[in-house]
Design a protein around this ligand. Structure first.
Ligand SMILES: Cc1cc2nc3c(=O)[nH]c(=O)nc-3n(C[C@H](O)[C@H](O)[C@H](O)COP(=O)(O)OP(=O)(O)OC[C@H]3O[C@@H](n4cnc5c(N)ncnc54)[C@H](O)[C@@H]3O)c2cc1C
Length: 391
């Protein structure tokens, strides 16, 4: 793609150093050569391209930031750019990766003890073991902290888990699920690693999704699942610990949103230059330029926001409300951009051929998962006013 078509108008990529840019370009090359050509096909069939897992593993980027995973540590800026780049090609694959590397590995890295981290993180980083993260329930979405119904009951050296989870990405094929459940004794939410062959565990794919169709989301049932005490995440003592994981992954979703809107803008700009009506390219019409510039404004302001968020993250000063604001704001701007891009492609905007139809649909899922706009706004609202307004 020529430089003129890039949506990185303020050259944010130049903030990466040479080595980081080399990693980013390697991932970009893989996405463009291996993922882009098949993204629509798998999306249309609502299938996950299992054969790509090996190539993802070879990139060597899963969970690299965690201390127990060997190799150079990426900055939050590079991790953000990688999330952006994946979503720029295919939000489904970005989500698959985010669930595995961010939510599942992040839970073990943050809430596991040393033995648990060395047991699971290295094979997960090589993607020999794939992870899922099971927090949401059929009756507990936004209110999952207070309304969690899945229970954990201690029984000797084991725990017995009972309950239902919904929307769990990767769960149909994951080797292990990080399951959050309420301890019936002390009422606190705790985390458990449930391995895939555990008796009583079932994961049934949710059919007929209109967004992120390649992601295998599942309804999960835990029916008297027994897991050893060694599988209870030793440093997950309350929902506060779960929230810490979401703080990191919400910033990842904000980066994904920038990737999606960047792609939508670039597609629209290219199309406007090629499509002719009234004897001229539609890019020559004032109203079309206005749409393009509004898109570019959204992309650029959101890009600046996530770059600064990454700097706060690396400085260790970012808080829940920082990533909540970025998640709510960037996904809202993304939703506008994909809508405008679709408008600009008109009829061609509603077919998969130009990719924009897929981005429009996928944006809806990014907008709602990892906390809806309302819930993330309430997190920020509480921080700036001192008043919790959730109930
Ligand atoms: C594609 C996809 C993938 C997902 N992957 C995972 C996963 O891997 N693991 C996982 O655990 N979860 C996952 N989720 C679940 C996701 O995090 C939830 O969908 C999300 O948190 C919202 O919950 P809900 O859908 O139950 O909506 P609800 O909580 O029922 O919300 C419905 C509406 O009410 C609004 N609302 C709720 N409470 C308030 C309030 N206090 N004030 C104002 N408005 C309010 C919401 O903002 C929303 O608009 C996924 C979801 C999707 C769609």
């Amino acid at each position: 793609m020529s430089e003129l078509l890039t949506g990185d108008f303020y050259s944010f990529e130049e903030l990466l150093d040479t080595d980081e840019r080399a990693v980013l370009h390697r991932v970009r090359e893989f996405l463009r050569s291996e993922v882009a050509p098949i993204a629509n096909e798998y999306w249309a069939r609502a299938e996950f391209p299992t054969e790509l897992v090996k190539s993802y593993a070879e990139l060597g980027i899963a969970g690299r930031a965690y201390p127990d995973v060997q190799g150079p540590k990426p900055t939050s800026l590079l991790s953000g750019f990688l999330a952006l780049e994946m979503a720029h090609t295919d939000a489904s694959m970005a989500t698959f990766f985010g669930v595995h590397s961010g939510l599942a590995m992040g839970s073990i890295a943050d809430c596991g003890d040393a033995a648990q981290r060395t047991r699971w993180l290295p094979p997960m980083s090589r993607m020999e073991l794939l992870g899922a993260f099971a927090l949401t329930e059929p009756e507990g979405g936004s209110d999952v902290a207070g309304g969690m119904r899945t229970t954990a009951r201690r029984s000797g050296d084991e725990w017995v888990l009972d309950g239902r989870k919904r929307w769990i990405g990767n769960a149909t094929f994951a080797d292990l699920l990080v399951v959050w459940a309420r301890d019936v004794d002390d009422g606190q939410v705790k985390g458990f690693v449930v391995e895939k062959d555990t008796p009583g565990l079932t994961a049934t794919k949710i059919e007929n999704k209109i967004a992120l169709r390649s992601v295998q989301n599942a309804d999960v049932v835990l029916d008297g699942c027994r897991v050893p005490e060694a599988n209870r995440l030793q440093n997950a003592r309350s929902f506060r610990d779960t929230a810490r994981i979401l703080r990191a992954t919400r910033s990842g979703v904000a980066w994904q949103a920038v990737g999606v809107m960047l792609a939508a803008y670039e597609i629209a700009l290219r199309y406007a230059g090629e499509r002719e009506q009234f004897g001229r390219p539609i890019a020559a019409f004032q109203l079309v330029q206005d749409l393009l510039v509004r898109m570019l404004g959204n992309v650029t302001s959101s890009f600046g926001m996530v770059v600064r968020l990454a700097q706060l993250q690396d400085a260790g000063t970012y808080r829940d409300e920082h990533s909540a604001l970025a998640k709510a704001h960037c996904t809202s701007r993304m939703r506008e951009v994909v809508g405008w891009a679709r408008e600009l492609l008109a009829g061609n905007g509603i077919v998969l051929d130009h990719d924009i139809g897929r981005f429009v649909a996928d944006a809806e899922a990014l907008y709602s998962y990892e906390g809806t706009r309302e819930i993330n706004s309430l997190v920020v609202g509480r921080a700036i006013t001192g008043h919790g307004a959730f109930v």
